[in-house]
Design a protein around this ligand. Structure first.
Ligand code: SF4
Ligand code: SF4
Ligand code: FES
Length: 819
């Protein structure tokens, strides 16, 4: 990392080169007031309160970069005057409803008003009526409270990628002309803009068509944008914050469960909301809103416990899923070893096999990058084998962020066109290809990015076999000079004049065709030129891959191709683990390909059910009632804490009936397998925070090893594997990952078959889908961002056993009938 030396208020600091002054100050614990700027997003210059003096000139700290030798002064008399005026302006006509406002106590308007000592008001203007609106099932907007800082629109565009809200005309009164000369300049400009705008859904309606992530409300500095469910339920200062990990997607986002007693009568703690360190981590809708999935009112049921012990004694298999801590996964592994059981987890098994294939082929114990590194460094990103919007919120944010912040480019390979992806940036190219052709996409990636000298000759020849040239006759407009006689109107004499005219001529041109581009749904006539533009000034390349590849018939060859991509290109790869703690389970447990005999289900179907969902034969604590660790997509072992109490038995109690157990579940943390990269660190020694410069200090990173491999032998792909017909894709709606998200009252996405508008119209309201080994009747639900004929069947309800219907694939050809 290159650095420069600067001085802030006379103190010397070594800071990152190319950093904004504001970030450099924050990283060194220097406070500069700032309202509109969001770390990891582009500066909007809406508030102007971050004014500082740099080398004698007034600049905005959020938008001016540090330079070698720069001297920054945070406060000068003029700047203090500007800031004070800005805060006075923000307070003009701001409704005095702090007593009931949701933001009171954590409101930046309150804080800065006090901090800058605003105890009188110099400005006034007639207020305009500003409407209060419910934009969606989760968002409530009060335009009267809005200070138009644009944080909400910025995070939605730059980070989330939905760009679902924007500033729009407010129709406010014009400022008194006298203010232009009588008040501080920046305060005037800010006020002028503020009077003109409010925030509204970008689609021109009163409702946001978005992924309901709630991040806009999280970043709102005042009470203008709040969660509808949280509104008027609690004062911020009544809530206690419990640092934890989101239990749903494999991003393993850090969250805070905010709790207090349910009511005056009911003193049992309840989660009222989830908050986050939004400067460093952006949540998806499941992390923010799927928080109330606890198993309430459970006490120790000795009879049920004894039955569970008997069930385990006769069990041949334990079936479970990814919503489990590393410690529980280790307990199951120990039980397996002790009792000779099979561990069956169809959510994770394919991923585990894929990781092993990759390790064998590449010599790396784990993949080479993560979402955070992509956001920070990458300017070219490829997504392959994942329905980005549904599967991997953190990777979707990273893909979008690369386009918006890093002036990047992106290639999106998938079988289903997603209308949102091309909106991320002008340099995003989507390849919508047939299911089964993922290997072809990897050969194209090798063709486009590999250092040819590193490619095995058979691979080079194979790629070359897709190239051809074609002579085409095209029509071209050419300008031609012709001579003609014209008569001079005055003299009547004829004279010869030259004139340029256009003419269409035929011309033969040679077009280089790339069969891989065409096979994958692209157009090789145009792609070469487009790709050349995309590659301009690009230096850092990354690829995100997902479940479609793990469940592919040729997963082993795909893993080898991924290893070859890493070896022959400068692309780093991140793998999206399917859901929650899939990576932890894949590393800790020896999983079997199938279940057999008497099965104990843990939050899954079985002859005996251990369940944290409140519907089993023996109750278990849910993830928000447990301490332990998870292994997230970034290869980080992160600690989670219990937000709510639990009075029943835990897995640890059951395991102690069979093997020497630990007193507490978290006593297992130190024993997580070091040969898989875990460290012998006790739970209580794990930190759980971010530094002011954004450095993540949560838990620890897995140790990753790599060894040299001789050569990577890859197979050609088989075009006949491409699926045709009525194809069903196993894929959840965004915000749904499991029975736990489904249980949460603020998650509304129903189980069903999701289809594009046209396809849904063709299918009707309800269909029966017949697979080779069973059938299911489901509602058809429109996903207006989908295009094409492939439909998505949810898998988040374990009772429906969708994994049983799909077996070891993610795509199935089925018969679909109206029901
Ligand atoms: S709603 Fe909140 S975040 Fe958005 S512009 Fe208004 S004050 Fe800023
Ligand atoms: S909820 Fe998320 S996607 Fe919707 S407007 Fe807010 S930030 Fe954008
Ligand atoms: S924080 Fe710099 S202009 Fe708002």
């Amino acid at each position: 990392m290159s650095t420069v030396n600067i001085k802030i208020d006379g103190k010397e600091f070594v800071v990152k080169e190319d950093e904004y002054i504001l970030n450099a100050a924050r990283a060194n614990d220097i406070f500069i007031p700032a309202i509109c700027y969001l770390t990891r997003c582009s500066p909007t210059l809406a508030c102007r309160i971050c004014l500082v003096e740099a080398d004698g000139k007034q600049v905005y700290a959020c938008n001016a970069k540090v330079k070698e030798g720069m001297e920054v002064t945070v406060d000068t008399p003029n700047i203090l005057q500007e800031r004070r005026a800005i805060m006075e302006v923000y307070d003009v006509n701001h409704p005095l409803q702090c007593g009931v406002c949701d933001k009171s106590g954590e409101c930046e308007l309150q804080n800065y008003t006090l901090q800058l000592g605003v105890d009188s008001q110099s400005y006034m203007i007639q207020d305009t009526k500003r409407e209060t609106k419910n934009w969606s099932s989760v968002l409530h907007y009060d335009a009267g409270l809005c200070i138009v800082c644009e944080r909400c629109t910025t995070v939605c565009k730059d980070m989330i990628g939905d760009a679902a809200i924007k500033t729009t005309k407010r129709g406010g009164e014009a400022l008194d002309k006298g203010y232009k000369t009588s008040m501080p300049k920046d305060a005037y400009s800010m006020w002028n803009k503020l009077q003109k705008s409010i925030i509204a859904p970008s689609n021109g309606t009163d409702f946001t068509d978005c992924s309901d992530c709630g991040e806009c409300a999280a970043v709102c500095p005042v009470g203008a944008l709040v969660s509808r469910d949280f509104q008027y339920t609690s004062n911020a200062w009544d809530l206690s914050r419990v640092p934890a990990v989101s239990a749903h997607s494999s991003d393993g986002f850090q969250i805070f469960y905010e709790v207090k007693p349910a009511s005056i009568e009911d003193r049992e703690e309840k989660i009222f909301r989830v908050t986050n360190e939004w400067n460093y981590v952006s949540l998806d809708g499941s992390a923010r809103f799927a928080y109330d999935f606890e198993n309430r009112g459970v006490s120790k049921d000795k009879k049920a416990f004894n039955s569970a012990v008997e069930a385990l004694k006769k069990a041949k298999t334990i079936r479970f899923n990814s919503v489990i801590t590393n410690e529980e996964a280790l307990m199951l592994q120990k039980l397996k070893e002790e009792l000779g059981l099979k561990l069956y987890n169809p959510e994770v098994r394919a991923f585990q096999k894929f990781l092993n294939f990759y390790k064998e082929a590449s010599g790396n114990s784990l993949y080479t990058t993560d979402a955070d590194a992509i956001m920070k460094n990458s300017d070219f990103v490829i997504s392959l084998g994942t329905a980005l919007r549904n599967d991997a919120p953190g990777l979707k944010y990273a893909f979008n962020n690369v386009q918006k912040l890093n002036k990047g480019a992106g290639l999106y390979f998938h079988t289903i066109a997603d209308k949102l992806i091309p909106t991320f940036g002008k340099s995003v190219e989507s390849f919508i290809h047939k299911a089964g052709l993922e290997e072809a996409a990897l050969y194209l990636i090798l063709d486009l990015f590999a250092d040819e000298s590193k490619l095995p000759s058979d691979v080079k020849d194979y790629i070359a076999s897709f190239k051809s040239s074609e002579t085409k006759t095209v029509k071209e407009k050419v300008m031609k000079t012709i001579k003609e006689m014209v008569k001079d109107e005055e003299t009547g004499e004829s004279k010869e004049v030259s004139k340029k005219v256009s003419e269409m001529v035929e011309k033969e041109i040679t077009i280089e065709k790339n069969g891989l581009v065409d096979l994958l749904g692209g157009n090789s006539d145009k792609f070469e030129e487009t790709f050349a533009k995309m590659m301009k000034k690009k230096e850092s390349f990354s690829m995100m891959i997902g479940e479609d590849l793990y469940y592919h018939e040729n997963a082993q060859n795909i893993a080898k191709l991924i290893a070859l991509v890493e070896k022959t290109t400068s692309i780093d790869v991140v793998m999206s683990p399917p859901k929650a703690n899939a990576l932890g389970v894949a590393l800790i447990c020896d999983l079997s390909d199938e279940a057999e005999g008497y099965t104990v289900g843990y939050n899954e179907n079985g002859d005996f059910r251990l369940s944290a969902l409140g519907d089993g034969d023996l109750d278990m604590p849910a993830m928000n009632q447990q301490e332990g660790t998870l292994t997230n997509m970034s290869k980080r072992v992160v600690p989670t804490n219990a937000a709510l109490s639990y009075g029943g038995y835990e897995l640890n109690d059951l395991v102690s009936e069979f093997i020497e157990a630990k007193r507490e579940t978290i006593d297992w943390t130190i024993e997580l397998p070091t040969d898989k990269g875990y460290k012998a660190v006790a739970f209580d020694s794990l930190s759980n925070s971010y530094s002011n410069d954004g450095t993540e200090n949560r838990g620890y990173l897995l140790e990753v090893s790599s060894s040299d491999v001789e050569e990577i032998l890859v197979d050609k792909f088989d075009e006949t594997l491409a699926l045709d017909g009525e194809i069903i894709y196993r894929c959840n709606p965004a915000r749904q990952f499991s029975d736990f998200t489904d249980k949460a009252h603020e998650i509304f996405e129903p189980f069903g078959l999701y289809a594009s508008v046209a396809k849904a119209e063709e299918l009707g309201e309800k269909v029966e889908i017949e697979f080779e080994n069973g059938s299911i009747v489901v509602d058809v639900i429109v996903d207006d961002k989908m295009e094409g004929n492939i439909t998505k069947l949810s898998d988040f309800k374990s009772a429906k056993d969708i994994y049983g219907l799909f077996g070891e694939s993610r795509y199935k050809i089925a018969t679909v009938r109206k029901a």
